[in-house]
Design a protein around this ligand. Structure first.
Ligand SMILES: *Cc1c(COP(=O)(O)O)cnc(C)c1O
Length: 368
């Protein structure tokens, strides 16, 4: 079976893990956590890094640290992972969903302004599947309307947008280091910001809102979203490989593009006016007239020993939110079509060129 993702282990993971074991530092108090935070924040040009246990945890903290809550609206894409919307919903705020651009699959930033109301407090921009949102436009809008900006950079670690590093835009940016991201700590995440108060608040929320002085007396509720020294050690080693990882990601994407060029399916754009595709995953969208939908194509490929994943299911069609009375009657047709017609191929950093050819061959067979 060719797995949908196989991560790439570099040269120093084992060495740094051995340092943790020999030094006896396993918990979040260990020295690799601060080192990872500092080195990671510097990479994206931010002054503060706060490492956490997952990207979803980072989103919870970002929303809470900005003080978003009941009565507040947050503009965000419908086509994304549930972590984005659940952070907002759990805080008691309301997601206001945008459809995606049919070519880049990211939101079209031109559609944000018409959604801004008196209740709008924040925009959550999410970079998807190797391309990015037009951040120059989003930043200008956030500034003009006095809105907070959260950037979800989970899929764009090491990427640039308009010549600036992703993760460097807006008030606070969040990352995930799950095994399928551009670098991994197994599970893990990070918040980065230039705002010292937001950084401090994020650190407190990460650590159960323990207070200096009266340690077990709490003024507020937080979470235990701490990362371990072991994970941070792997993160430091992975960060050394980030540049090479991005080069390989782009190569994987270009290989698929060449091998599948003549097939009647929509493929990822190689670039947009503001970024180059880093092919976080290699997605395909079947035309509506094709007999197969994304799920059926995935089934046929699985029978040939190839794992795929369907595209995201839009937030406005999530049963969990519909049961809460959210988004009823909303129609966001591009995201609905992508969810049903789209799927992605094995795209992890560990895939070999030979495997890419086997996958492309199998895709050709099932589509013809
Ligand atoms: C992976 C991902 C997350 C969640 O990260 P976890 O570490 O899996 O919790 C959030 N947002 C986006 C866009 C992601 O791709």
């Amino acid at each position: 079976m060719i797995p949908v993702n196989r991560p790439l282990v570099g040269t120093n993971e084992k060495r740094y893990l051995t340092e943790c074991v020999d030094g006896g530092w396993f918990s979040s108090e260990g020295p690799f956590v601060k080192r990872f935070e500092g080195e990671f924040a510097r990479q994206v040009g931010r002054t503060h890094g706060i490492a956490v246990s997952s990207g979803s945890a980072a989103l919870d903290i970002a929303v809470a640290a900005l003080g978003l809550g009941p009565g507040d609206e947050v503009i965000m894409p419908t086509f994304t992972i549930i972590s984005c919307a659940q952070a907002v919903v759990r805080a008691g705020a309301t997601p206001v969903l945008l459809d995606c651009d049919p070519d880049s699959w990211n939101i079209n930033a031109d559609l944000i302004e018409q959604k801004i109301t008196k209740k709008t407090k924040a925009i959550m921009a999410v970079h998807l599947y190797g391309l990015t949102t037009n951040m120059e436009k989003v930043c200008a809008l956030a500034e003009r309307h006095g809105l907070f900006l959260i950037e979800d950079t989970a899929q764009s670690i090491g990427q640039f947008c308009g010549g600036r590093p992703c993760g460097g835009f807006g008030d606070i940016s969040v990352f995930s280091f799950y095994a399928n991201k551009n670098i991994t700590t197994g599970e893990g995440g990070m918040l980065v910001t230039n705002n010292a108060a937001l950084a401090e608040r994020s650190r407190t929320l990460r650590n159960l809102c323990f207070e200096e002085g009266k340690r077990f007396v709490h003024q507020e509720l937080g979470w235990n979203y701490r990362i371990t020294n072991l994970q941070a050690a792997v993160g430091c080693a992975q960060l050394e490989q980030l540049h090479a990882n991005l080069i390989r990601k782009k190569e994987i994407g270009r290989r698929y593009s060449v091998l599948l060029a003549d097939l009647p399916v929509q493929q990822p754009l190689p670039h947009s006016p503001w970024t180059e595709n880093t092919y976080w995953v290699y997605g395909l969208v079947l035309p509506e007239e094709h007999d197969l939908d994304g799920a059926a194509a995935g089934g046929y490929l699985a029978a040939k020993g190839i794992s795929t994943r369907p595209f995201f299911w839009p937030m406005h069609e999530q049963p969990v939110f519909q049961k809460m009375g959210l988004f009823s009657g909303q129609k966001l047709p591009v995201a609905e079509r992508l969810a049903r017609r789209g799927f992605y191929l094995p795209s992890g950093l560990g895939i070999t060129d030979n495997e890419i050819e086997m996958v492309a061959h199998a895709v050709r067979e099932i589509l013809q």
